[in-house]
Write a protein that binds this ligand. Structure first.
Ligand code: B4P
Length: 192
């Protein structure tokens, strides 16, 4: 199995690049953001709980997202690898993921971090907000809050994987295809 984490602040292009990467490398795409939005659209109890947090730009509680990932991994027993997009976002989620993969006698091979400056992140999210209909894109205060939460709660996860020597930083500024090339080069190097 080849398991990859695509990591980066809100708006860094994780979702955009994940779609291209799963096609290129035949991985199963697990996006906690997409899974949560599906639950919200289907008005499930989990979705209704998650919406309260997402609307404010806050993280959804760890046990909720860990449970979602656990059942998604179970749904794809034959997968040759997973691309985790937007997960893990806290140290507790990272530790839980390690345990879940250990049960499958597998592990994370590579953590790719998309580096994008904050002005560009806000610019992209404001732009996405014009068409996405996403509650968390709606105003700049919520977006700034999401960037702060990223720095406080999610960035330490990078250090967790740095200790395991699994991190590669990728310049996330520029054209989408250019960034995709950079990501592919790093993955191919690791897969060799
Ligand atoms: P996510 O769905 O993960 O989304 P995101 O971080 O906002 O964006 P992403 O980085 O994927 O950017 P995108 O490609 O869309 O999270 C949403 C919310 O769900 C979180 O705030 C949280 O509340 C909750 N959640 C999710 N996972 C969780 C977890 N594990 N634990 C707790 N809570 C969780 O790109 C952004 C925009 O930029 C797009 O419009 C795109 O078209 C554009 N763009 C992309 N690349 C570009 C480029 N190179 N140049 C110009 N524009 C570009």
């Amino acid at each position: 199995m080849f398991n990859l984490i695509l990591f980066g602040p809100p708006g860094s292009g994780k979702g955009t690049q994940s779609e291209k990467l799963v096609e290129q490398f035949g991985l199963i795409h697990l996006s906690t953001g997409n899974l949560l939005r599906e639950e919200i659209v289907n008005r499930t109890p989990l979705g209704l709980e998650a919406k309260n947090f997402i609307d404010k730009g806050q993280l959804v509680p760890d046990e909720v997202v860990i449970g979602m990932i656990d059942s998604s991994l179970d749904h794809h027993k034959e997968a040759t690898g997973f691309l985790f997009d937007g997960f893990p976002r806290t140290q507790a989620q990272a530790e839980a993921l390690d345990k879940l993969l250990q049960l499958k006698k597998s592990e994370i091979a590579l953590v790719l971090i998309l580096d994008v400056n904050e002005d560009e992140l806000i610019r992209r999210l404001v732009h996405r907000g014009k068409t996405s209909g996403r509650s968390d894109d709606a105003d700049e205060t919520v977006q700034r809050n999401r960037q702060e939460i990223y720095k406080k709660e999610t960035l330490p996860v990078a250090a967790y994987y740095q200790k395991q020597k699994k991190v590669v930083h990728i310049d996330g500024m520029g054209e989408i295809d250019q960034i995709f090339e950079r990501l592919c080069t790093a993955i191919n190097k690791k897969m060799k």
